[in-house]
Design a protein. Structure first.
Length: 537
């Protein structure tokens, strides 16, 4: 009956109950009950799958290098009277020797074999796929100490930071370490992650003394700070990969938070300070949008604790992170905007992070304006970091631009523009409106272009949203000042045009076009609030 059912079953659709009847009984138990080399091979195939033969050999050799057994050997000894005696002695021998001598036979005993993939690469896989799952279950239920020793071996070797790891082997090592830490929080606590980080010592010529893990980490970072930048970058990359995997496990997130707390505390130490900042900001850059990771809460701590040049350095790094955010720039802006002070807070009581939040939209806009070449004005999709995302997500443009304009006009922001005691008209609010007026003009040129005969229609529509949001977020007094500032700018263009000789015709034409464009801007702005057209000057 069973054979008849098999013959009538569609190809590739063998029911699960029939597969169970075809499985050899007790295979898992036989494999695990074998030699230490056999157990290591079975473990490697189950927990670090799809390795190339060379990677599999490397991993198995690493696991077996410190595993040994007593082997009784016989040797002949010639006595003083010339007689020969056989002497049996117990000697210690590494299991790695067995693996080197007979690895192919060990793989066969574990039902492992080389398999050729569709891409033409070889990997070591189980002959029966179900063995991988069942061996994992068996090890996890019956061989806890064996699993712990494997994880400790990986940690002590520092292989996580080895430069020559293939992607499959690297991912497998990370998974093994994270799985064990999640399964045994008592043994793999906060100090485990610090010790794992210190495993990078094995890959560079850096040694640290004794002390607490935090003290050793501080000494290590101070010495690593003078290493080549490629060495540091490799260290940052591997640590970020490990942390990303840990963040997927709720029970491991406190370990990551503890590491960051340690790093912030180490910032106070002169020697390790430069690399601490580098490390935190590299983690922020690589993991800034990772779920369950609010690294900027630690950046804020660094900023609030910093003074003088250090504060400026951290602020510059935050701007650099924003510039690297690409289409997710508004996600990043939301992070910094959350640092804004509550309404009514006195300027003298602002923290460094709150002050940066007030300055940030101006500083970022200035940096973008400086870096964007004029020949990119009027292009669509826009190359401007703020406006580029709207080519993909036009529906959100009004909400996000409204948020940005409201940020620029944040009431507390007046305080970051100190008044000029020599000029009674240069009060904080007017100074801020002058910067805003220049910024709006620049945005218009970026979105619509400098050539009035080739205005970008998509850019013009988006800039109209900007003008409407500025009108909505300003009061009548502020709108009047914006009109006045743009009129002064038109007048300055008129004076410059008059000062240029006829031989500088191209420059005169550009200034005329800008003056006319400002007149158009004033008309559009006035029309929104029913002020009537003011006309181009």
């Amino acid at each position: 009956m069973f054979i008849r059912d098999l013959e009538s079953a569609p190809v590739g659709e063998l029911p699960g109950k029939w597969r169970e009847r075809l499985r050899p009984s007790g295979v898992v138990e036989v494999i695990v009950a074998g030699s230490e080399a056999q157990r290591v091979a079975a473990y490697s195939g189950a927990f670090v799958p799809s390795l190339s033969p060379s990677d599999f050999n490397r991993l198995a050799t690493l696991f077996l290098a410190k595993e040994s057994r007593l082997v009784e050997r016989e040797r002949r000894v010639v006595a003083a009277d010339g007689t020969v005696h056989a002497v049996r002695e117990a000697t210690e021998e590494s299991w790695a020797n067995d693996w080197r001598r007979d690895s192919d036979h060990i793989l066969r005993d574990c039902h492992l074999r080389p398999t050729l993939s569709m891409e033409g690469t070889w990997s070591i896989e189980f002959r029966e796929p179900y063995l991988k799952r069942e061996l994992r279950i068996y090890f996890e239920r019956n061989c806890v100490m064996f699993l712990q020793r494997r994880a400790e071996c990986l940690q002590e070797s520092g292989i996580l930071f080895a430069r020559d790891l293939t992607p499959n082997l690297l991912q497998g090592i990370v998974s093994v370490l994270v799985d064990r830490a999640a399964a045994d929080l008592f043994c793999f606590g906060n100090s485990w992650l610090l010790d794992l980080v210190l495993g990078f010592q094995s890959q560079v010529q850096v040694e640290v003394g004794s002390g607490t893990p935090a003290e050793r980490l501080g000494e290590f970072l101070a010495k690593l700070a003078i290493e080549d930048i490629k060495v540091r970058s490799h260290f940052f990359l591997r640590l970020a990969m490990l942390i990303r995997e840990m963040l997927d496990r709720e029970q491991l997130r406190p370990m990551v938070h503890s590491l960051l707390d340690t790093l912030v505390a180490l910032r106070r130490e002169e020697g390790s300070r430069p690399l601490v900042l580098d490390l935190i900001f590299e983690l922020a850059r690589r993991l800034r949008f990772a779920p369950h990771f609010e690294v900027y809460s630690w950046v804020r701590k660094l900023l609030d604790q910093g003074t003088g040049a250090e504060r400026q350095s951290i602020a510059s790094r935050v701007i650099a992170q924003a510039l690297g955010s690409g289409p997710r720039i508004f996600d990043f802006l939301d992070i910094v905007r959350a640092w804004l002070p509550e309404q009514g807070r006195e300027m003298t009581r602002l923290s460094n992070a709150q002050r940066l939040a007030l300055e940030f939209p101006f500083a970022l806009s200035l940096r973008i304006a400086r870096d964007l070449p004029a020949e990119r004005y009027g292009e669509w999709p826009s190359r401007h970091l703020i406006f580029a995302p709207f080519a993909i997500d036009e529906a959100s443009s009004r909400e996000k631009i409204g948020m940005l304009v409201g940020w620029l006009l944040e009431p507390s922001g007046r305080a970051i523009f100190p008044p000029d005691p020599k000029d009674s008209s240069a009060i904080s609010e007017i100074l801020r409106l002058r910067v805003l007026a220049d910024l709006i003009e620049h945005w218009g040129r970026v979105l619509e272009g400098d050539d009035p005969l080739r205005i970008c229609s998509e850019g013009r529509s988006l800039f109209q949203v900007v003008v409407e949001e500025v009108s909505t977020c300003t009061d009548p007094h502020e709108r009047a000042w914006l009109q006045r500032i743009w009129k002064e700018k038109q007048d300055s263009y008129t004076r410059k045009i008059g000062e240029l000789g006829r031989e500088r015709r191209d420059e005169r034409c550009r200034l005329v076009e800008r003056r006319v464009w400002l007149g158009d801007l004033r008309d559009r702005f006035a029309a929104l609030v029913g002020m009537g057209a003011v006309g181009a000057v």
